[in-house]
Structure formats: structure tokens, C-alpha cells
Write a protein that binds this ligand. Structure first.
Ligand SMILES: NC(=O)c1ccc[n+]([C@@H]2O[C@H](COP(=O)([O-])OP(=O)(O)OC[C@H]3O[C@@H](n4cnc5c(N)ncnc54)[C@H](OP(=O)(O)O)[C@@H]3O)[C@@H](O)[C@H]2O)c1
Length: 344
């Protein structure tokens, strides 16, 4: 059991990756439980501003660190009794490979936590589909990280969320933005790949539930998918339905999508300047889409944590109404489609 030596919950958590999409929901839920949250950040003061408002004075503590400097990692963990690793990136940059971000950093955090001696819980956020044999470099790196963490800390808890949906997501926002700007949506493959998107708040809820349990989630791996399985095409239809635009797709077969995405990967370390972040054509994501990614039959899931995940249709995707032409109140019902002729 965690000692009650902090604000309320007894938890003093260092949340690596707190400045990202999932991070804000995890910090919010930890703060609500009455935990102290240490927020390592590497960018400007702006990247953690929104988090400070989630707790009382002194409850959320931003700490500048350098992820490549072991002593600075030790400093941000020094007072913690819980370590949560949310560090990740869905594309490689000239500075950081998938292996460094997803695997070596996670391994380093586990090793330092072990050495620390006072870290009671270590929670790693991995990815649904993580496997050493995946087509995706990122998912292979995530699998290597899981193995390294469980080697160092067999009592660690690993969560593998499916693609996460929510106000700041990088799937529905990206699609809606593209569809609004270009009048169509590229459907990679033929749109029949199955995924199991999950509401980001449910993933944060699973994490804090695991943290508060009696230790029964220690040493376990949970696969966190939403209640419904969608094909990419079905999810795109839901997006179009919500933004009330007429669906228009261009099917992009895998070999063509890969051909569009490959030059960035080839040039990444060959040109003396940073390349743009991949948008719709991210080679690693395209490789992931060659296979269905859904929760496996024998996995531990939300159910084992006593959580009923939200259906996507409704509140979890309500943020999409900001993409509606004519404003969020345009039209009357969500299923009322409008034709292109309605817009002169
Ligand atoms: N988003 C999804 O749909 C999804 C689905 C399944 C699993 N996951 C996993 O869930 C975790 C959280 O995802 P997310 O969507 O919240 O990610 P995100 O928004 O991209 O945030 C990632 C976090 O990692 C940090 N980070 C990235 N590169 C780093 C580096 N080189 N050194 C140190 N910190 C670095 C970022 O810090 P900066 O702010 O400094 O960049 C940020 O705090 C990740 O491990 C991701 O792989 C995500």
C-alpha cells in the first residue's frame, strides 16, 4: 500500500509524457484523487501551463529535465513513489528514433525506478498491437520496451490502449481537418482494416484505477479497446456524420500509400534540415493498418478493472462539431445529412 505522506491519496507520481494528449487526462485524474504530480518537461514553460490549473497550489509540480541525462531523470523521480511513462511519438524525427523514444527511454526509466528503491508502482503505457513481429517499427519498439520493463520490474503494470479518441486526438481531428480543407478523405487500403478506438478519458481512468487497486494489477498487461470495433471506413463515416459533410473518399491502395510516405523516411537523416511532421501518410501508421488491431480474446481488459468504456458516438466525439460548416448548431440531428448543393 502507498504511504499516506502526500496530498490525500498517498501518491506522489512522476508522469513522464504528461505534456501530451493522454497526459492531461492522467494528471487531471491523479490530481482529483488528491495526489501530488511531478511533471517533467523538456520544452518551454508553455507546455505544462494547462496542467497547473488541475490541482491546488503546489500539487502539480513542473520540473525541467533532459530525457537523455540520467541525473536529471533521477532528480525528477527523487521524491516520487509512483512512475508513469506516457512518453511516445507516432513518427521518427532526425533527433529521435522510435527505438530511443519508445524502448530505450522506457528501459532507462524502469532501471532508474528499480535503483530508486521507493517506487511502489510503475505504469507503462504501451500500444495495442505491440509485438516483436509487427510490421510497424513503433509497435516493435513498444514490445521491446514491455519486455525490458518486466525484466527490470516484474511488478510493473502495462496498459496497451487502442487508438485514442478525444478533444485533442490525432485521428478524428486530422481526418476532419483534411476533409474540410481538401473536400475528400484518403482511405488507406480499402478502408476495411478493423480498429477498436477508445475514449482517452477511459484510458486515464484505467490507469488511475490500476494505481489505486490492492496490487492486483501489478505484473499484468491490459488491452484497452473501446466497446465497438470499427473498420476505418465506418469510423470515417461517423466522423463525416458528426461534422455533417457529405462523405467523399479517395481509396489509396497500400503500395501507393507507402510510396507517398516513403520519401520522408528515406530523407529523414539525409537532409540537413527537419522534415515536416507526417500528416495523413505516415509510413509507420500505414504499416500498422495492413492488419486489424483489436483486443485479443484472452487479454485482460477494462472489464477486469471494473470499467465500462464509453461508446464513441456521443460525448467522446462531440468535439468534432467545431468542424461543422455554419457552426456547431447547424442542422438538427446527427443523422441528418446535407448534400453539397446545400452549400453555395
Ligand atoms: N494517441 C494514441 O492514439 C495512442 C494510442 C495507443 C498508445 N499510445 C501511447 O500512449 C502514450 C501517450 O500517447 P499520447 O497520444 O498522449 O502521445 P503525445 O500526445 O504524442 O505525447 C507524448 C508525450 O511524450 C513526450 N515525448 C515525445 N518524444 C519525446 C522525447 N524524445 N523525449 C522526451 N519526451 C518525449 C512528449 O513531450 P513533449 O511535449 O516535450 O514533446 C509528450 O509529453 C504514448 O506512449 C503513445 O505511444 C497513444
Amino acid at each position: 500500500m502507498l504511504e499516506n505522506n502526500s496530498v490525500g491519496s498517498g501518491i506522489i507520481a512522476t508522469v513522464f509524457g504528461a505534456t501530451g494528449f493522454l497526459g492531461r487526462y492522467v494528471v487531471q485524474q491523479l490530481a482529483k484523487m488528491g495526489s501530488q504530480v511531478l511533471v517533467p518537461f523538456r520544452g518551454s514553460e508553455d507546455c505544462h501551463r494547462h496542467l497547473k490549473l488541475m490541482g491546488d497550489l503546489g500539487q502539480i509540480v513542473p520540473m525541467k529535465y533532459n530525457p537523455r541525462d540520467e541525473s536529471s531523470i533521477k532528480a525528477v523521480m527523487a521524491k516520487a513513489n509512483v512512475v508513469i511513462n506516457l512518453i511516445g511519438r507516432d513518427h521518427e524525427t532526425r533527433n529521435y528514433s522510435f527505438d530511443e523514444v519508445h524502448y530505450h527511454m522506457a528501459e532507462k526509466l524502469a532501471m532508474i525506478s528499480k535503483e530508486h528503491g521507493g517506487i511502489m508502482r510503475f505504469i507503462q503505457v504501451s500500444c495495442l498491437g505491440a509485438s516483436p513481429s509487427s510490421e510497424s517499427k513503433m509497435l516493435r519498439a513498444k514490445a521491446a520496451a514491455e519486455e525490458a520493463i518486466l525484466r527490470e520490474l516484474p511488478e510493473a503494470t502495462i496498459l496497451r490502449p487502442a487508438v485514442m479518441v478525444g478533444t485533442e486526438d490525432r485521428i478524428l481531428n486530422r481526418w476532419a481537418h483534411f476533409a474540410k480543407n481538401y473536400g475528400f478523405l484518403p482511405l488507406i487500403g480499402d478502408g476495411s482494416t478493423k480498429i477498436q478506438p477508445v475514449y482517452v478519458v477511459d484510458v486515464a481512468g484505467a490507469l488511475t484505477t490500476a494505481l489505486r487497486d490492492d496490487g492486483s494489477s501489478m505484473g499484468k498487461i491490459y488491452e484497452l479497446g473501446g466497446p465497438d470495433i470499427f473498420t476505418i471506413h465506418e469510423l470515417a463515416e461517423l466522423m463525416y456524420d458528426t461534422i455533417r459533410e457529405w462523405p467523399r473518399y479517395v481509396k489509396v491502395p497500400f503500395p501507393i500509400a507507402k510510396a507517398i510516405a516513403t520519401p520522408r523516411e528515406v530523407l529523414l537523416n539525409k537532409v540537413p534540415f527537419p522534415l515536416p511532421t507526417p500528416n495523413m501518410f505516415n509510413l509507420d501508421e500505414i504499416n500498422t493498418l495492413t492488419k486489424d488491431t483489436v483486443v485479443s480474446g484472452n487479454a485482460l481488459t477494462f472489464d477486469d478493472l471494473g470499467i465500462v468504456p464509453h461508446k464513441l458516438k456521443g460525448y467522446p466525439i462531440e468535439f468534432l462539431i467545431s468542424y461543422r460548416k455554419g457552426g456547431p448548431q447547424f442542422g438538427s440531428t446527427i443523422s441528418e445529412k446535407v448534400s453539397p448543393e446545400d452549400f453555395p
